[in-house]
Ligand binder design. Structure first.
Ligand SMILES: *Cc1c(COP(=O)(O)O)cnc(C)c1O
Length: 426
């Protein structure tokens, strides 16, 4: 073996996987089993007491899922990862380790519509209070910090408009406040942006999108950067205090720079239960093998489509950070030099009605609520994903009535442009 560190494309194919030791199977097998036989009573006791690592029950861990965890941790540059059933499950499990009832977290207001709902309603019922800040105004994050703030949550490339967040600037605010920075890296994928390189302490993903990449399997993942000191000021008792269910061990003290990933598994996933099916882990692993190829094509197509739309007379404006005229272009050059992603919005001169009409005339684009599929997708956020927000909140989150969101797939760009041309012109 050479001592060269493997590159990103090599890790995307190989990280975490070995030929199966009993059968020689080269693709990672689907370990479709709920439970695993113990060697003897002592082995069982040490697994349950966290004195040894090993398989117990698929709600807590599974060998197929473990390959996925190691692979995404390698791609993101983290110390460890935990796969869960969906992107939303990842968000619940992360915040459950950080917040006690009555605590607060600061979130960028430009977020996936489902996350805005989850934070506003479901998390409120747990006593976790979201305080919104504007990702285009770094000082708004500083102003939002209080003694009860336990975390800051942002998206690297933000839904729905594909805007680029200044991760380093917000990470400086998080450092000063003594709280971890959580970055939802779903729309970028680690191929375009690695948030840990820019100061993120925790990365979350909806694997459902570009990592799985084929619109066929839900999944989520949490990556621990291993950078945060959980012992400070007794702020994070789940990590720093003795755990009664594990003979009084302190997770930070015992597991060091992967204590957060362990907490998510043995306190979050174990008790809340959103385990990822090993079958979905297999599908997502297969998707990740081609992530670098797909992501580059997604970005190249998106840029061509954005350029076409920017020159069309029915289009009022295009919000794509890959266009030199875009207000996020400087940040895109810094954070995502290989491409500004494939999800973006544009607005139509004809307003709400034109948006609804365009969506109904497109043929190659599928009208549905997803992003990050091989297929090109379209949605009118104001009448769907963001319909529950009031008008002002719609505009603030980049989903005004005239806005259409595209997720550009890996088809031939000429066909995508022809479809948009017929739908806009007709
Ligand atoms: C889809 C999505 C989520 C939620 O993920 P699910 O897998 O649907 O639960 C979170 N964040 C972003 C940016 C998303 O696109």
């Amino acid at each position: 073996m050479s001592d060269r560190l493997p590159g990103f494309s090599t890790l995307a194919v190989h990280a975490g996987a070995q030929p199966d030791p009993t059968t020689g199977a080269r693709a990672t097998p689907i370990y479709q089993t709920t439970s695993f036989v113990f060697n003897d009573a002592d082995h069982a006791a040490s697994l349950f007491g966290l004195q040894a690592f090993g398989n117990i029950y698929t709600r807590i861990g599974n060998p197929t899922n473990a390959v996925l965890e190691e692979r995404v941790a390698a791609l993101e540059g983290g110390t460890a990862a935990l796969a869960v059933a969906s992107g939303h499950a990842a968000q619940v499990v992360v915040l459950q380790q950080l917040l006690q009832p009555g605590d607060e977290f600061i979130a960028a207001r430009k977020l996936y519509g489902g996350s805005i709902n989850q934070f506003t309603h479901a998390f409120k019922s747990f006593g976790w209070n979201v305080v919104w800040a504007d990702p285009d105004d770094i000082a708004s994050f500083e102003r939002a910090v209080t003694p009860r703030t336990k975390a800051i949550f942002i998206e690297s490339i933000a839904n729905p408009a594909g805007s680029i967040t200044d991760i380093e600037a917000i990470s400086t605010v998080a450092r000063k406040a003594g709280v971890p920075l959580i970055v939802d890296n779903t729309l970028a994928s680690p191929y375009l942006i690695r948030p840990i390189d820019h100061g993120a302490d925790i990365v979350v993903h909806s694997l459902t999108k570009f990592l799985g990449g084929h619109g066929n399997s839900l999944g989520g993942i949490i990556v621990d950067a291993g950078t945060f000191d959980w012992s400070i000021g007794g702020k994070y008792p789940m990590l720093s205090e003795p755990r009664p269910e594990y003979h009084g061990i302190r997770l930070q003290e015992t597991f060091g720079n992967f204590a957060f990933a362990i907490a998510c598994r043995v306190l979050g996933l174990r008790d809340l239960g959103p385990a990822l099916s090993p079958f979905n882990a297999f599908m997502i692993l297969t998707g990740i093998e081609t992530l670098p190829l797909r992501m580059q094509k997604h970005c190249d197509n998106a840029k061509a489509v954005a350029e076409f739309l920017a020159g069309h007379p029915a289009v009022a404006s295009v919000s794509y950070a890959g266009l030199p005229s875009d207000k996020y272009n400087q940040l895109a050059r810094k954070y995502a030099p290989k491409g500004a992603g494939a999800v973006f919005t544009f607005s139509l001169k004809g307003g709400y009605d034109a948006g609804v009409s365009l969506v109904s005339k497109l043929q190659l684009f599928s009208h549905l609520a997803n992003v990050g599929d091989t297929r090109s997708l379209v949605i009118h956020p104001a009448s769907t994903t963001h319909s529950q927000l009031d008008d002002a909140a719609k505009v603030r989150s980049g989903a005004g009535p005239d806005v259409v969101r595209l997720s550009i797939g890996i088809e031939d760009k000429e066909d995508l442009i022809a479809d948009l041309e017929q739908a806009l012109g007709a």
